[in-house]
Design a protein around this ligand. Sequence first.
Ligand code: ADP
Ligand code: MG
Length: 683
Amino acid sequence: MKKMNNYEYLLSDITKLNGVGKKTMEILKKKKINNIFDLLWRLPKSYTDRSLTSKINELQIGHVHTIRIVPKKYLFPRIRNLPNRVNCEDLTGKIDCIFFNSYEGYIKKILPLNEEITVSGKITFFKNKYQITNPTYVSTDSTLIEAVHNKYSLTEGISEKIYNKIISQILKDLPLLNEWHDEVILKKFGNQSWNESIIKLHDPKNIANYKSNFYKRLAYDEILSSFLVNSEIRKKIKKIKKDSKNFTDKSFKKTISKLNFKLTNDQKKTLTEINNDLSSKSKMFRLLQGDVGSGKTIVALISALNVIESNFQVAFMVPTEILAKQHFMLAKKLFQKDLNIEILSSKSESSEKKRIIEGLKKNTIQMVFGTHAIFQKKILFSKLGYIIIDEQHKFGVRQRKLLSDKGGKNCDVLLMSATPIPRTLTMSIYGDMDVSIIREKPNHRKEVKTYSKLESKIDDVIKFVKNELDEGNQVFWVCPLIEESKKLDHQSSIKKFEFLNKVFPKKVGLLHGKIDNEKKDQILNKFLNKEYKILVSTTIIEVGIDFPNANVIIIENANKFGLSQLHQLRGRVGRGSKQASCILMFKSNLSENAKKRINILKSSNDGFKISEEDMKLRGFGDLLGFKQSGVKKFRLADPIHNEDLFLLAEKVIKKMEKEENDLTKFKPLLKLYDQADIINDIV
Ligand code: ADP
Ligand code: MG
């Protein structure tokens, strides 16, 4: 029984299906399959994509292949210099994945036994067996793999037979949905309707192919729906009418004259974009994106000036107290003496706190800096007109929406992020905001010289560090990231601290996750005051803090980090005028692929470019900040393989934003794909 446009059927509970009893339902719910629609994306095992992957018996030695394999056995020899090995297979043969310098826990995580995994790398042949050394692209949780990997095996309690019965039932009752795309778009996908595409996707005769029209259409649906939702949130926020802020350039000129540098073109450009928003009658919801050290702070501070002059208050929120203090001091230095600027810190005396709270309530304080504490319930602003949030990449779309609601209609919002992301991901991650980008770095800044060193050459490194300290410079020493164990992280940093403290007595500070916030601030302050010359740490140091005197960063076990992350770490140094260096330490000689990655880092200082390359090499799931960014997890679409579809959707959305569009025709798409409460306000 086909029901015209009855998408509600797809949203109904799985127990509606024949053959889904309580037990099956529980198993499915555990897999986050709650309704019939969710079931559509679990595809039978026979769906492997031959256009992308090879079978083991088709491999060519010396060529790079992507293969889908099942890890069967770990061989972790306890002998130094012998690599870790994982026996793997597919239906056609056997292959070993070889790992030099990778922790067992990491290997177990990326190659779980008896699960189908996609790996990629150069194929070699050794002792009668194929092997891949340090596979470059390993994916267990990529949405792409999920889509082609049927998880309903016997061990999970649902037989192929039952599963097929359920699916054929759904396909039989699949409602005919009215087309939501226009003709031009539809033609790009060979005019395949949604219904047809779903049926093809499940047809065992069809080998699922990411390049086929039905697959691409479905991936595009997914991308478009997520972009549409983001775009609607943005439009909604923009529709909020506010009292615009008055603009003069008097105080701007005064402030600029106090700087000992000229703003870069990109700083000027983004400042204009922000100012236009502030002086408009619509509420601003904007992201200021720029690499570490690109000079976002000054842009944000200057943009606050006119808001204050329009008799509104400004709140500047940052992740740590030290950063709050740095920004506060800068504002004090730059802004007119008669402005009342305060910092609200957890360490402030309670009488001091009381005074600030009073001042904010009475509008005698014009600007306040602080951590999230400035948004506590008891803090009431008399006339909040602008919220600035620094280093915000930990917020997702929903949290951002709440934040924008918080300040009320007259409150403009600026978020800042130092995490460059590949272009294809911008709309997915930040589609709900307008985006301003600073690409250009202040030109006095010398590029950080990046070196790689074997761990066995530690004596050279120590010598280098000695020289730097003699020159009055300071050093960050970042300890290995051991993915499976935070505890080991601490231990390795403690060990390194003990070692360095012997070489450089009393000059070394130690920071790791187990140290509480107050102590952490003390240690960072001692480093800022140059009491400590070397700061040993895990990766916990916030990126935003300016340590102009820190000139060297040493990163141990550097192959454990993504390129974007290494780039961010590297950005902690080189903020002063001296030549800065970054030393990447490795346990043993680099593989070809590792060399390739490191060379990207050595040859480029552009975070955007590095993040693109990183995504190509490691898959988008690994990009720094991606997991916390709240970006939608796509079921079919993949930002690497479907780059063209992401760009197409972006174009379509941009065009739609210029016109007043009736979204009614997209209702089934949005309801099915984004079953979020936000949708209810849209359609
Ligand atoms: P980020 O974008 O990482 O937040 P900051 O705003 O902390 O960067 O700026 C880093 C350093 O660069 C600061 O010391 C700041 O004073 C300096 N700076 C900012 N803009 C310029 C410029 N146009 N020319 C020279 N130095 C600048
Ligand atoms: Mg910053």
